[in-house]
Design a protein around this ligand. Structure first.
Ligand code: AMP
Length: 116
């Protein structure tokens, strides 16, 4: 789907609102979370609007795989050698607040488990 009106992450992908971009290619953009929960907190998103993981199908498996690969590359770039976490919050009970699928990459400190 093309850019969805009022979707903040569609606007970031389109360069219409600013973000600190760390990766951009034809399909995927990664940028720093505006409210970082760890020393490194990046969001990896597809340019194409997909509301959540629940809206994907097996047809999106390659795209999802590429999103995870970008997260791995960024973890290496930020030298998160002692470990990191990737999270995809899904819908309301999963704590998703922005309805454009995104993967969180968190690192730079010891992360607790389980999450709240
Ligand atoms: P979630 O709660 O999983 O939907 O994550 C949404 C994330 O987007 C939160 O961690 C927010 O801090 C982050 N966020 C919201 N607006 C922006 C923005 N304009 N630039 C960067 N990160 C944002």
């Amino acid at each position: 789907m093309a850019e969805v009106p009022d979707c903040i992450f569609c606007k970031i992908a389109a360069g219409e609102i600013p973000a600190k971009i760390e990766h951009a290619d034809e399909d995927i953009v990664a940028f720093h979370d505006i409210n970082a929960a760890a020393p490194v907190h990046l969001l990896v998103i597809p340019r194409r609007h997909i509301a959540s993981l629940a809206e994907t199908t097996d047809a999106e498996a390659p795209l999802l795989g590429r999103i995870v690969s970008v997260a791995r590359q960024l973890a290496a770039k930020f030298e998160l050698d002692s470990g990191y976490r990737v999270v995809i919050n899904c819908r309301e009970d999963g704590g998703q607040s922005v309805p454009h699928i995104h993967l969180h990459l968190l690192g730079g400190r010891r992360l607790g488990w389980p999450p709240g």
